[in-house]
Design a protein around this ligand. Structure first.
Ligand code: 5AD
Ligand code: SF4
Length: 501
């Protein structure tokens, strides 16, 4: 999931870098000939949308210091991994990446076979001797701390997200020749705001409004790795939205682990729903998204805001985690199945067709087959438009680590497969019901096939459609749905030239 294209500083300020502009063409063509002597960095991101956006800000900090972004670790002076530790597999991936960077001198590779050894050798880069700086950012950095130096002594920077405001200082220390620096505090009341953010997505601008998490779900590392909740002041958020609108962005996505727990840190004390409305009212903004919502703080006022403002997207991501009241209690989710379903009922009875997506964990300790059936029945009643489903993964420091009645890996896999199939059928039938309707699509992709485009609806569905228009990237297009799959819609543009049959 690495984002590693060099788009230079132009995209940061928006100065002429809008898609289709001369600057954009120059950037896309990769003709940067003024970079001689600039230090280089490679940044790879794992995990959630918050991490992706943190990486945009980290890149902004480095670009503002005169660094140039490159596409491979081999070409970089500074190699950074922004890591995820939400499940064990994600955390392991980071250590395998670090293993690939093991210096040629020193210990022999741990690779078992010659073939693997050869592959690793091909990717080996030399650290301090060759002047490389290797840094681990994000959740694994926070969780493992200085232990990372033990496991991978060639790493020189370890910094968790709650300390990113210190990044410029840490980078300066490395530039000054310091061998090892860390930023591991989580007892902060500051958020990570930067002068410049490098934005990877030219159509959707992400904006963190609340960092950290104060909930204490018994399975989750986030409160440990991202620290306590800190909200930005509403005026600062709205000012940034205005700047983004001036740069040409029409779609804004407000981010937070629990975005709707937003608590304005200024005297204005805007509610989350007020902030949604104020964002939607900014001239030039046509779409406002937000993720992730926590059911406990999901009030009717959010549904009312969606009903009243077409610019607020008709999509709510509302993780339920389990349909069983007992499992929800053990997870310390702070709501019951019935309370969750009540919030869903508000959305179902709204004037707009609000699309609901969710996260579900299977195989939480003690989850009986009857509990699992409750999750399936909840899915039937809610009729989700999308679900991210995970096998429970025991994580360090979390209360559920000590819980009994562990579910075997095989059983977790069995339940996951059933869940995925169940959800697939729900999505297939929900998407098929949309055939014949017309939806507005923000066009964000062009297929290699002639006259084929893709984009997202307000409900966040992917629409693949045909249009004979020359260049509609970034445009809003009315598209008639002609077909459906579980994961996307197929359509034909109804404005502008329509594809001939
Ligand atoms: N095991 C499995 N899934 C988890 N999630 C969070 N912690 C764990 C864990 N220990 C899932 C939740 C959350 C999503 C981002 O990741 O479903 O909503
Ligand atoms: Fe983790 Fe729960 Fe916070 Fe979500 S609300 S980040 S699952 S602790």
């Amino acid at each position: 999931m690495g984002k590693s294209f060099d788009i230079g500083l132009e995209r940061l300020t928006g100065a002429g870098a809008w898609p289709g502009s001369e600057t954009e063409r120059r950037i896309e063509a990769g003709r940067f000939d003024t970079d001689a002597g600039r230090e280089t960095f490679y940044l790879e991101t794992f995990g959630c949308q918050m991490n992706e956006h943190d990486s945009e800000k980290v890149a902004g900090v480095l670009l503002a210091r005169g660094y140039k972004q490159v596409e491979t670790p081999e070409a970089a002076k500074v190699i950074l991994y922004n890591t995820c530790s939400i499940r064990e597999k994600a955390a392991q991936k980071v250590f395998s990446r670090l293993g690939e960077l093991r210096p040629s001198e020193g210990e022999p590779s741990a690779a078992k076979s010659r073939e693997v050894d050869a592959r690793l050798n091909a990717r080996k880069v030399v650290n301090a001797g060759g002047g490389k700086i290797i840094g681990v950012l994000g959740c694994v950095a926070q969780q493992e701390g200085e232990e990372i130096f033990e496991r991978a002594p060639w790493v020189s920077l370890v910094c968790g997200s709650a300390s990113y405001r210190k990044l410029p200082q840490l980078i300066a220390e490395l530039e000054a020749g310091n061998r090892r620096v860390t930023g591991l505090d989580t007892d902060t009341d500051e958020t990570f705001e930067t002068e410049i953010t490098r934005r990877d997505n030219p159509f959707r601008a992400y904006l963190t409004i609340i960092e950290g998490c104060d909930k204490a779900c018994s399975y989750c590392v986030v409160p440990f790795t991202r620290g306590p909740e800190r909200s930005r002041a509403s005026a600062s958020i709205l000012q940034e939205v205005r700047q983004l609108a001036d740069m040409g962005y029409t779609e804004i996505q407000l981010l937070g682990q629990t975005v709707n727990s937003y608590a304005d840190s200024s005297a204005r004390k805007m509610r989350f729903s007020d902030l949604l409305v104020a964002t939607a009212e900014i001239s030039g903004i046509r779409r406002v998204r937000f993720t992730t919502s926590h059911p406990r703080d999901f009030g009717k006022d959010i549904v009312e805001a969606i009903e009243a403002y077409p610019a607020i997207c008709e999509h709510v991501h509302l993780p339920v985690q389990s349909g069983s009241a007992a499992v929800l209690r053990a997870m310390a989710r702070t709501y019951t199945r019935d309370e969750y379903l009540e919030k869903v009922a508000w959305m179902k009875s709204a004037k707009r067709a609000i699309s609901i997506t969710t996260d579900i964990i299977v195989g939480f300790p003690g989850e009986s087959d009857a509990d699992f059936q409750e999750t399936l029945s909840l899915m039937d009643s809610v009729q989700y438009d999308g679900a991210f489903c995970f096998k429970y993964s025991p994580r360090p420091n979390t209360p559920s680590l000590a819980m009994n009645d562990i579910i075997s890996e095989d059983e977790k896999s069995r339940r996951l497969a059933i869940l995925l199939e169940h959800q697939r059928e729900i999505q297939r039938s929900r998407n098929e019901k949309l055939v014949g309707q017309v939806a507005e699509v923000l066009v964000d992709g062009k297929s290699k096939r002639a006259n084929q485009w893709s984009g997202h609806t307000s409900s966040n569905r992917v629409m693949n459609f045909s249009s004979h228009a020359e260049n509609i990237l970034g445009d809003y297009v009315q598209v008639k749905v002609t077909g459906a799959t579980p994961n996307s819609l197929i359509g034909e543009a109804v404005t502008g030239p329509v594809a001939s049959p």
